[in-house]
Design a protein around this ligand. Structure first.
Ligand SMILES: C[S@@+](CC[C@H](N)C(=O)[O-])C[C@H]1O[C@@H](n2cnc3c(N)ncnc32)[C@H](O)[C@@H]1O
Length: 292
């Protein structure tokens, strides 16, 4: 009681900013100490210097499940099941792990398989059951392998992916490679070419993550290739507003999932999705499919 009265008095006094300063300094110091400890532990245990890999925080997984549910219309229980399925897929983990171990870049690669936000791509593919997915920015092929694994589970679908780095795609390995067309070249040329145009695109993932102008050029080039139920995904929606503004211009809805890396100093990226209600209609499971 006395303490409450005292606190109220201090809060009203002109000296209040000075009185609360030690507490504020302590809060920031605690935060910075936690960040420093996480950073020091990462410096010792990881060898990565670009394209960091990590798992997602547990609560973040629940947020991701609801993101997938909102974009695709599948029940949250199904979205959670898809997110668990990829994390428990030992075959994919073994294939990707072998690829990492054999990589010419293995000296600066962690031997552990961590998918980060890509497990959300997996769940989107499982929920939407796309016939054709196009990804720009293959990099090593971690996302491509994840998407291909989802398609193999679906029993349908093909992926076309492109990167101008001729070392890209090293993780697109059997059995996943049989449903993937990997092109080395500029993404805009790729989107104008026959591989990206082999059939209507049900899921387009813009992940060259280069500049906002380039992302807009990719979205513009991809627009005529999209099927009516297409979902369009981009990674850098935490840095620029290209996709939400583009979605608005197309009469589509937009949602962003902000990834939270577990046990890592890196703040993470996310999954921005432009989508229509047709995507959800097409993904809504029939009673027969639900039991599969
Ligand atoms: C963020 S990484 C892609 C990550 C990948 N999707 C994954 O899941 O791991 C971006 C990649 O885009 C490629 N890239 C950047 N600009 C490009 C362009 N104009 N055309 C083709 N590839 C490009 C880079 O070489 C890089 O490998």
């Amino acid at each position: 009681m006395l303490h409450n009265r005292l606190t109220r008095r201090i809060a009203a006094s002109p000296l209040a900013p000075l009185a609360v300063l030690p507490g504020r300094i302590a809060a920031v110091a605690r935060h910075n100490a936690r960040t420093a400890a996480r950073t020091a532990s990462w410096l010792v245990r990881s060898r990565e210097h670009v394209h960091y890999t990590y798992d997602l925080e547990r609560l973040n997984l629940e947020h991701l499940a609801w993101f997938v549910t909102t974009v695709t219309g599948v029940p949250a229980a199904d979205a959670r099941r898809y997110l668990a399925e990829i994390r428990e897929d030992d075959d994919l983990r073994r294939v990707v792990g072998d690829g990492l171990a054999r990589s010419p870049r293995r000296a600066t690669t962690d031997p552990v398989v961590r998918y980060g936000r890509r497990i959300g791509w997996y769940a989107l593919v499982r929920a939407l059951r796309p016939e054709f997915v196009v990804e720009t920015g293959t990099n090593r092929g971690l996302g491509s392998a994840v998407i291909a694994a989802a398609m193999l589970r679906n029993g349908t679908g093909r992926l076309a992916t492109c990167d101008f780095d001729d070392r890209s795609g090293e993780l697109i390995l059997p059995p996943y490679d049989k449903i993937v067309d990997h092109v080395v070249g500029d993404s805009l040329e790729f989107l104008a070419g026959p591989v990206a145009r082999q059939m209507p695109v049900d899921l387009f993932i813009s992940d060259t993550a280069f500049t906002q102008d380039h992302e807009l050029a990719e979205l513009t080039a991809a627009r005529p290739l999209l099927s009516p139920r297409a979902v369009v995904v981009a990674t850098r929606c935490n840095m620029w507003w290209t996709l939400p503004r583009w979605a608005d211009a197309q009469g589509m809805r937009f949602l962003y999932f902000d990834e939270k890396p577990a046990d890592h100093w890196y703040p993470g990226l996310g999954i921005g999705a432009a989508f229509t209600s047709q995507a959800a209609e097409a993904a809504r499971p029939t009673a027969a499919a639900r039991t599969a």
